[in-house]
Design a protein around this ligand. Sequence first.
Ligand code: URP
Ligand code: ZN
Ligand code: ZN
Ligand code: ZN
Length: 490
Amino acid sequence: SSNKLLIKGGTVVNAHHQQVADVYVENGIIVNVQPNIVVEDDVYVIDATGKFVMPGGIDPHTHLQNEIGSMGIETVDDFFSGQAAALAGGTTMHIDFIMPIDGNLTAGFEAYENKAKKSCMDYGFHVAITKWDEDVSRDMEILVKEKGINSFKFFMAYKGIVMVNDELLLQGFKKCKSLGALAMVHAENGDAVHAGQQKMIEFGITGPEGHPLSRPALLEGEATSRAIRLANFVNTPLYVVHVMSIDAMEEIAKARKSGQRVIGEPIVSGLALDDSWLWHPDFKTAAKYVMSPPIRSKGHDKALRAALATGLLQLVGTDHCAWNSTQKALGIDDFRQIPNGVNGIEERMHLVWDTMVESGQISVTDYVRVTSTECARIFNIYPRKGAILPGSDADIIILNPNSSFVITAKSHHSRSDTNVYEGRKGKGKIEVTIAGGRVVWENNELKVVPGAGKYIQMDPFSYLFDGLDKKDVIYLNSLQAPVKRAKSTT
Ligand code: URP
Ligand code: ZN
Ligand code: ZN
Ligand code: ZN
């Protein structure tokens, strides 16, 4: 088959600029971007007249073939089905979370290397830190220096499972800083969540509505504020994953305003849903929407969209962590046993377009920034990813603004039997996805090959570290000369 491709006549959009141009691709790399490129007959030509030609989406937050959020059962989507779904929805790379095995990072990394062998699109990894000792500290160094890892996630919730305390946060942040790696947090006060859950059960609230009631937005705000202040104390950048509430968003906005390097990641479920579903009388319907931090009440969604539009929040993820209804039913008598997580890897690009661009809240260039370019910049893979420029990987989507999409579990590509966006319709349809120069989605048909996806190594010290004091001293900036005092107090 041809390894040459020409996309003709579309509006090529990057985060900084858009123009009508052709895009010429050879052997998986973008070779030329300019109007009226002339090519030989052996080139596969796609007409993009009247459509947007944009960098493929990069999802910074996914959980494929994972046990996080459950009691030891695995999510339904693995690296093949989850990525196939992603490609059908215009996402061409994702960054998944490696969970350590009994706290061991190297064992975790090897396990995920194996899981990812069937990948049909490019992927990278973050690594979760769940305990602290010399082995963990050494493994972090090996992962950064030899294995292409430049970010570590700390869970401030899930008490008794993966939750870390403030002492570990400080040790971890300090280590991240010394390595030039980005510290990430799941920000909820896990001790308070635990107490909230006990209270709900005492009250006799065992259904899915007990989930949001037990972990209100103020607990997300508290943990976000604490993580931001601890990162400030260590003087290292911080990335807050799945920002679900006004409370958390305002903490991030405040810190950014003061000049601190904090990144806030809203996710599609937080931007496009509200918690009313969790009170649905049918357990199966309500349980679909159980995830942590919870989907908040109406109003938070709107505020998060506004924060994304004004740049208070930087990029959109999904936290794709898909279960089927049988797995969700494990919590029929106790909401604490409902596996946490919702789908989104296939829906993100369409829903961000429909809710943000089609609604007039952001420009098309901003769309590219929040769905692709910003992620590439933060994780230090720009402009290989996140751009349509000569030399960039040929990860490209073609979106028709006049065509429409419909979301339903009947035709989605996830292995889940349900979809939290069931029945959603909108304008702006991704008609073509090109991954690594291969046309993998066209005419509503997927052509994916297991093993075709590459592991993308990510180097430490992204722009977030530029000009930052790299010395391994806590709060050096505020230290002043010690006060000299006389020995005697008499
Ligand atoms: O409920 C969720 N979010 N499940 C995935 C794990 C996490 O906390 O991101
Ligand atoms: Zn050919
Ligand atoms: Zn989380
Ligand atoms: Zn997550």
